[in-house]
Design a protein around this ligand. Structure first.
Ligand SMILES: CC(C)(COP(=O)(O)OP(=O)(O)OC[C@H]1O[C@@H](n2cnc3c(N)ncnc32)[C@H](O)[C@@H]1OP(=O)(O)O)[C@@H](O)C(=O)NCCC(=O)NCCS
Length: 203
């Protein structure tokens, strides 16, 4: 598939590169950034494996997994990781995490918005969904702000930190999403939805 590059108002999504491991470790190895995630802070080797898998999955055909670097628009440095994994029935699940230094500026909302742009505009999906910890208020607000709807609760969804944990799930359908349904309505954002390089299309 043609490498993904999506440009949003303030952020961009690009393919992961080997040099991203250190910046990803600063997020996935950080106890605060991973506090509500479905895994404990990753080791350097585990992060390297994620980088390797992200790069390898970009070569799959058909491609079912998109592990992408979040960057500031026009910059190369990874400041977040965004993942979309397709499922049967034109669906996909998403996940995302930003470096703590980037929190609180509307960038999480824009990240979700760009993942939706990837799913609906480029992959012609019908439904995109996400799951969060019941304690992850930042994620709850971010998913709602990006236009998703709370669906319900999956009981004992993940086993993490020695215990089973429920998840609260959210979804958005193709007809509910538009480039106008995302960060531009955020007080801190004022821009249209993600735009695409012509090289984005196709698989
Ligand atoms: C979740 C995350 C991406 C949010 O990123 P962000 O850039 O801070 O989010 P935004 O600035 O776009 O804020 C979106 C909404 O969340 C709210 N919010 C952000 N952080 C919050 C917090 N700690 N507590 C409560 N609300 C919070 C904002 O006020 C905003 O709500 P509003 O528009 O209704 O006012 C970020 O906190 C993060 O990377 N967390 C660690 C990984 C993670 O939990 N990922 C989600 C997995 S499901």
């Amino acid at each position: 598939m043609t490498p993904v590059h999506l440009a949003g108002p303030r952020l961009a999504l690009r393919e992961v590169e080997p040099e991203d491991a250190e910046a990803l470790l600063a997020i996935y190895g950080d106890p605060e950034a991973t506090r509500h995630l479905s895994f404990e802070p990753r080791t350097r080797d585990q992060v390297q494996a994620i980088v390797d898998r992200s790069i390898a999955s970009a070569k799959d055909s058909p491609r079912t997994e998109f592990g992408l670097a979040v960057t500031h628009a026009g910059e190369h440095r990874l400041i977040g990781y965004a993942r979309l994994a397709t499922e049967p029935q034109q669906a996909a699940t998403i996940g995302f995490a930003l470096h703590p230094h980037e929190w609180g500026k509307g960038l999480g909302t824009e990240t979700v918005h760009m993942l939706c742009a990837l799913g609906f505009n480029l992959l012609s999906l019908h439904r995109i969904w996400a799951a969060r910890s019941p304690h992850n208020e930042a994620s709850a607000r971010t998913l709602l702000r990006a236009g998703m709807t709370e669906d319900g609760r999956i009981r004992d969804h993940v086993f993490v930190r020695g215990a089973w944990r429920d998840s609260i799930t959210y979804s958005i359908l193709e007809h509910e999403w538009s480039p106008l349904a995302g960060p531009e309505s955020h007080d801190q954002g004022n821009a249209p939805g993600a735009e695409f390089d012509s090289s984005d299309a196709g698989s």
